[in-house]
Design a protein around this ligand. Structure first.
Ligand code: HSE
Length: 436
């Protein structure tokens, strides 16, 4: 049978990896897919470099629309990124009846509803394993492997750049700014790392996982997004003394009132496997009612790890493209006419536990007033740590860990504590996930 013809839009790091792995493993991939899969056309603005990557047998153009217009191309792989031209090209490819593979989490998290609706109308597949956690097959696991379950929650380290920075901050006791510069020098962080360090990249990925886990539309605009830029080295140290590590987590949870969808730094008990995921690695923990807790670990970025996911999608499409569209796995795991309207909850309604650091005057009654406010708000304390003040020092750090409470209640309590004259600086609040 004739090989499936693939056109790449963009041949940077992931595109080159995809080309190389497809070449290297072509025989094995063919045995799995049932027919060959060949990249026969590539569009890239740098045609000279692109031609060097793919050699003379592949047609290279500088116009992505030439790939979409080519009737021989069965699958278009979008590796451009962003929501601008990539969105137009994906929509045009769908309209042209092409299946699409994309690694573009930003595009799907923000415009997924429109893209999946168009794909459904045209009876084509849009596959996106590479969009979340790079080489880890988490989309496949959530959508297919765990399909028996009512998924309860997901918590993931889904941004390698920030995990690398947090690991370095903990290992070396350095501040965020120092480690960021070093990460940029070593090529672990982008020249413009905003999306990574502000939590946006992780929130794109969490949004996609949330949709697949709970059968809700992708709703990036409802996600709470908080990065690691304000994290101080001393909080990492205090957390460690209390038996926790701080990780940037993407969290989505089913609750009786709706869905929590949030990205922020979180204390995680040091004994949990997730707390021990170091450097640029990714990991996702999924809890389902039948299976319990499962963990997926691996490289979340990089040329061949991401190519591994892109090619898995190419194989899936190759196997399924002759199947009746209604018999294929739905894009977001649930049938399009059976999506849930469970709301994504505002942050005030989420329930979690907290780490608080207060710089307080070291005098009689301060601890009692602080704990009195928490007790008055019905917030139960789990642990308290007070730094021993140095000789002649009249202030100290008070660290409090709480049990679960509703975030709005914690906001009120923090406002009351902040108003005490003996609380000398803005209170630091970091959420805590026990992941039981
Ligand atoms: N910039 C991402 C990260 C990789 O640091 O994990 C691509 O999603």
């Amino acid at each position: 049978m004739k090989a499936i013809q693939v056109g790449l839009l963009g041949i940077g790091t992931v595109g080159s990896g995809t080309f190389n792995v497809l070449q290297r493993n072509q025989e094995e991939i063919k045995r799995r897919a049932g027919r060959g899969i060949e990249i026969t056309m590539v569009a890239d603005l740098d045609t000279v470099r692109a031609q060097q990557v793919v050699g003379d047998s592949v047609k290279v153009v500088n116009d992505a629309r030439a790939v979409i217009a080519n009737p021989e191309i069965d699958i278009v792989v979008e590796l451009i990124g962003g929501y601008g031209i990539a969105r137009q090209l994906v929509m045009e490819a769908i309209e042209a009846g092409k299946h699409v593979v994309t690694a573009n989490k930003a595009l799907l998290a923000v415009h997924g509803t429109e893209i999946f609706a168009a794909a459904h109308r045209k009876g084509v597949m849009v596959a996106f394993e590479a969009a979340v956690a790079g080489g880890i097959p988490i989309i496949k696991a959530l959508r297919e492997g765990l399909t028996a379950n009512s998924i309860q929650w997901i918590a993931g380290i889904i941004n390698g750049t920030t995990n690398f920075i947090l690991s370095e901050m903990r290992d070396k006791g350095l501040d965020f700014d120092v480690v960021l510069k070093e990460a940029q020098r070593l090529g672990y962080a982008e020249a413009d790392p905003t999306f990574d360090i502000e939590g946006v990249d992780a929130a794109h990925k969490a949004t996609i996982m949330s949709a697949i886990a709970f059968g809700i539309p992708v709703q990036f605009d409802k996600a709470h997004v908080e990065g690691i830029t304000k994290l101080a080295a001393q909080d990492i140290r205090y957390a460690e003394q209390l038996g926790y590590r701080i990780k940037l987590l993407g969290i989505t949870k089913r609750t009786p009132k709706g869905i929590e969808l949030r990205v922020h730094p979180s204390l995680v008990p040091s004994k949990r496997l997730l707390a021990n995921v170091e450097g640029a690695m990714n990991a996702v923990v999924v809890n389902g009612d039948a299976v319990g807790t499962t963990l997926y670990y691996g490289k979340g970025a990089g040329s061949e790890p991401t190519a591994s996911s892109v090619i898995a999608d190419l194989v899936d499409i190759t196997r399924l493209h002759t199947a009746d569209a209604a018999q294929r796995v739905p894009h977001l795991a649930f049938q399009p006419d059976a999506m849930s309207d469970l709301p994504v909850l505002p942050m005030g309604e989420i329930v979690t536990s907290y780490y608080l650091r207060l710089l307080v005057a070291d005098e009689a009654g301060v601890l009692a007033r602080v704990t009195g406010i928490l007790a008055g708000a019905g917030i139960s304390i789990d642990a308290v740590l007070q730094r021993e003040a140095s000789e002649g020092e009249n202030q100290t750090d008070l660290i409090i860990l709480t049990h679960d409470c509703v975030e709005a209640r914690m906001n009120d309590a923090i406002a009351q504590m902040q108003a005490l004259p003996t609380v000398l600086a803005p209170i630091i609040r970091i959420r805590k996930e026990e992941l039981k």
